[in-house]
Design a protein around this ligand. Sequence first.
Ligand SMILES: CNc1ncnc2c1ncn2[C@@H]1O[C@H](COP(=O)(O)O)[C@@H](O)[C@H]1O
Ligand SMILES: [Zn+2]
Length: 359
Amino acid sequence: MDGRDMEMWEWCHEIPKIELHAHLNGSIRDSTLLELAKVLGEKGVIVFEDVAHVIMKNGRSLPECFKLFDLYHILTTDHETVARITKEVVEDFAAENVVYLELRTTPKKNEAKGMTKQSYMKAVIDGLRAVDTVDVALANSDSSTDYCLEPSPINDTQGRIKRKKIYVRLLLSIDRRETTASAMETVDLAMKLKDYGVVGIDLSGNPVVGECQTFIPALKHAKELGLPLTLHCAEIPNRKEVQAMLGIHPERIGHACFIEEEEWRRIKSAKIPVNLLASFIMLHPCSKHPVVLCTDDCGLFSTTLSNEYYLVASTFGLDKGQMFQLARSAIEFVFADNGVKQALRSIFEAAESNAIEFA
Ligand SMILES: CNc1ncnc2c1ncn2[C@@H]1O[C@H](COP(=O)(O)O)[C@@H](O)[C@H]1O
Ligand SMILES: [Zn+2]
């Protein structure tokens, strides 16, 4: 990286950013995974050396990703660990100036650990409350906070130490492997936890597994209850699933790699925003369509949101004004209420003159 690239990389780190597509278990620090694997290795549950090798490997195919998730889930099966990884993931996003994070996770049952979907989510919320390196604005009632009155990170040029603040909202994921009843349970849990910052439902999981008729009723149920939907759509070619998904009018979709002409027309006319990683934008036929840059699984893919911004800027030759606008445009697609959107607009406004001055 030359001096100019390095300066752009740092600028991408400094500007405020919004992360709308991050899976909790895909965003765990490698150091934490290794530590958890070591403990399970000592207990004889896994062979540490084999697992360490897989965790540290760079570059993975989609099927390898899903094998790895099964491994991660073995490492994170108790409440304490779920709370720990949540705390760390939020701290890591805040450290790179993410000011609003929608963190998604699949509520899990594990009888051996006395875990229900609800107690899993309690552990996630405990993790959010345990964050101590930054301030976390969690429930909807927090939206009137005065973050916008404080200098944004990019303003702080005098070396003053100041606490960062991050708005966090939660999305409950339905895994394609689940039964309809289990998916329904997740939707009902999301409704129950609205006051704790749950703002919507995600559909994810291995795209080669399952049949859409099992989860579509639960997504329709969520829609009827007024919960916004964000769906993993067309990660692999699957016409039937894409048609069924578009039929329920999701508020956002992720990936959208294998979309037919006619489906694109539907997505464009309904103005459904698409969440993407930088590497996917490069392949994507969706110019002029609302796009939000995201990490998906920053642990698994060894990336950060700042890095994804840098990749887009350097690959497409976008300037700082265009990159700042890309970051700011995500505000309109967050699932949080208008109070939070207004606070985010103020954060970006306060940061803008400094950010563009650097240009
Ligand atoms: C790479 N693209 C992807 N496509 C589809 N689903 C994905 C995904 N990345 C992650 N997940 C979903 O998120 C779970 C891990 O986080 P949680 O245990 O929920 O916190 C995975 O098991 C998978 O269901
Ligand atoms: Zn995803």
